[in-house]
Write a protein that binds this ligand. Structure first.
Ligand SMILES: Cc1ncc(COP(=O)(O)O)c(C=O)c1O
Length: 455
């Protein structure tokens, strides 16, 4: 199928003016087109794959352009601004740091890094004792791969296999991509690492067809690895994306429980990638907590700072100490740590995990009502907390309709709602956890208008 591109011809659209949304111009804004052209001149063309809105400012749950328009943000800037765009606590901590001024410190110790790490480890499960602080998600995924490798080397007999999940995503750098399961994107690597293996993802529809429960499906997948020549006693670590992003697809709980039990009895690490899933998004600090298990390593990014580039690997002191080559020039940058500290303070001050659960229920009820209203077009609804994936299908079919979904996102943009375009036939809804209730409800109603117009 040809690649979808959003319409760049300015169109007259009905004006919108509410407390949360303003659409006062043609969309896309005619004056924004020259800027989009300029971006195309200087960046690769995929810089323009997203909705053609030029962001000027963003505050709490709203995105503003230079031309008087305002959108409700249902992306949280791809799960970064969980505590709201530019919240007071974060701005105040960043301002303090800049006012000193302290803009960079390599890995030389700073008070702000210590304060941030203390707060981070206080707010996360007790068995996560130490952290490596880095800059972006993929860098943290790389570090987790490194720790898993060292852990494997140190094991009694030496273990060298890391097992990821088909379709899972851990970032775009080499190691993160190799352990990731988006195999179609790996041709540039030119070879496969014989020590990186993958298990199928136990999608709900796979479990429904399988004769057995999640535990048995896990055993079945282990059997597939064995049949593929993997010596199971050689597995150093499982890498798990806590849910698959495109559709908010969680693992079956008993599948992960079985994986945890197996990995405990076989001296294998269980690593959760919480870069997108973490920091209250699903109604818990970390999404893997829904599985009722403990993690050996947790990879964090995005919502850890809610703004500046900051990421981390969390684990027991023993595991974190395995990585002696600790440095990263920008990892733990003082301004980023200040943002991280302010962000965690905002979580505490506004009780954001509880808010995610409370607003999640509001969102869930509305989204589930869509299934009744549009049964021929809305397939599965998956998610938790303030994250849902709504599967848009071809009429009376299970086949996802990615083109129609892109049109829905485009239409929602024309009405003042800014959506995540997954390109996979799902609408993924993830507003900041600080969104006012009425803005949440108003934004969801906009999708209903789009459904009425486009289905
Ligand atoms: C689950 C997951 N892992 C890793 C990454 C990579 O993070 P970054 O883009 O900060 O490198 C992402 C980013 O979307 C992600 O969603």
């Amino acid at each position: 199928m040809a690649k979808f591109t959003f319409n760049l011809t300015p169109r007259d659209v009905p004006p919108v003016s509410t407390d949360h949304r303003i659409i006062a111009t043609k969309i896309p804004v005619p004056e924004s087109l020259s800027l989009l052209e300029e971006i195309k001149l200087y960046e690769s063309s995929n810089a323009l794959e997203q909705l053609p809105v030029v962001w000027d400012r963003a505050l709490n749950h709203q995105i503003f352009d230079e031309w008087g328009n305002a959108w409700i943000d249902f992306t949280s800037s791809i799960f970064v601004t969980n505590a709201g765009h530019a919240n007071e606590e974060t701005i105040s901590r960043i301002n303090e740091c800049i006012a000193k001024p302290l803009m960079h410190s390599y890995y030389y110790p700073t008070r702000i890094r210590a304060q941030f790490l203390k707060k981070l480890l206080e707010m996360t499960p007790n068995y996560l004792e130490k952290a490596i602080v880095l800059s972006v998600g993929t860098e943290a995924a790389e570090r987790a791969v490194k720790i898993a490798r060292i852990f494997g080397e140190n094991a009694m007999q030496g273990k060298n296999i890391i097992v990821g999940g088909d379709g899972n995503y851990h970032g775009k750098t080499l190691g993160a991509q190799m352990v990731g399961g988006q195999h179609g994107d790996k041709s540039w690597i030119g070879y496969t690492d014989p020590n990186m293996k993958h298990m199928p993802f136990p999608f709900p529809w796979v479990l429904e067809e399988f004769e057995g429960d999640g535990r048995e499906l896990f055993q079945h997948h282990l059997g597939m690895l064995e049949a593929d020549g993997v010596d199971l006693s050689n597995i150093a670590a499982f890498f798990v994306e806590s849910f698959q992003g495109w559709g908010a697809v969680f693992y079956p709980v008993d599948y992960i429980m079985a994986m945890r039990e197996w990995s405990r009895s076989n001296d294998t690490l269980l690593v959760f990638d919480e870069i997108q899933a973490g920091f209250g998004r699903t109604g818990k600090m970390f999404a893997y907590e829904h599985y009722g298990v403990e993690a050996d390593l947790v990879i964090c990014g995005k919502g850890i700072s809610g703004s500046m580039p900051l990421s981390a690997v969390l684990g027991s002191a023993t595991l974190i100490e395995l990585d002696a080559g600790y440095t990263s020039t920008h990892g733990g940058n003082p301004v980023a740590c200040a943002a991280g500290l302010g962000n965690l303070e905002a979580f505490e001050n506004r009780d954001l995990i509880v808010e995610s659960q409370r607003k999640g229920k509001i969102m869930r009820d509305i989204i589930y009502s869509w299934k009744e209203k549009y049964p021929s077009r809305i397939g599965r609804i998956l998610g938790n907390g303030l994250l849902y994936g709504v599967f848009i299908t071809k009429e009376n079919s299970d086949e996802l309709d990615s083109e129609l979904t892109n049109y829905i996102c485009e239409r929602a943009m024309e009405k003042g709602v800014f959506s995540i375009c997954t390109g996979r036939g799902t609408i993924k809804i993830g507003p900041p956890l600080t969104i006012p209730d009425d803005a949440l409800i108003e934004g969801l109603k906009v999708y209903e208008e789009c459904f009425d117009e486009l289905f």
